[in-house]
Design a protein around this ligand. Structure first.
Ligand code: THU
Length: 132
């Protein structure tokens, strides 16, 4: 695996420790590598009103966008899962907004990983062109 992808997993793992998950106890971390070289991280943040939980991937992406980094090279997600942690459907849709070729690095704490492009994870996604 590319060194920069290994670093991204490490950053996601660090962010995971900051997850706010009093309800599910399931901690997820994410890290986005931007074209300007910056890395933004995220963790899942839950709420007593359960439906308001926000996934780690979206926290990382929204941090990047709101700080002016809008081109993504890769996104890593990590959880304490048996197989590499797979992003939820809502996060796939949000990621696909910014490019269907973005590699998604899925990882777990045991060191397993899998890399797929977002278009493989969300084929025939609804996108901006559908609105024209
Ligand atoms: N979660 C993520 O952070 N990312 C995903 O892609 C899947 C699910 C979080 C949301 C919730 O806090 C917990 O994992 C259990 O669903």
């Amino acid at each position: 695996m590319k060194e920069e992808f290994k670093k991204l997993i490490k950053e996601a793992e660090k962010a995971r420790k900051r997850a706010y998950t009093p309800y599910s106890k399931f901690q997820v971390g994410a890290a986005v590598l931007c074209a300007d070289g910056k890395i933004f991280t995220g963790c899942n943040i839950e709420n007593a009103s359960f439906g308001l939980a926000v996934c780690a991937e979206r926290v990382a992406i929204f941090k990047a966008i709101s700080e002016g980094s809008t081109k993504f090279e890769a996104i890593a997600v990590i959880g304490d899962t048996d197989k590499p942690c797979s992003p939820c459907g809502a996060c796939r849709q949000v990621i696909s907004e910014f490019g269907e070729d973005i590699p998604l690095i899925m990882a777990n704490l045991k060191g397993d990983f899998k890399i797929k492009k977002i278009k493989e994870l969300l084929p025939e996604a609804f996108g901006k062109n559908d609105l024209l």
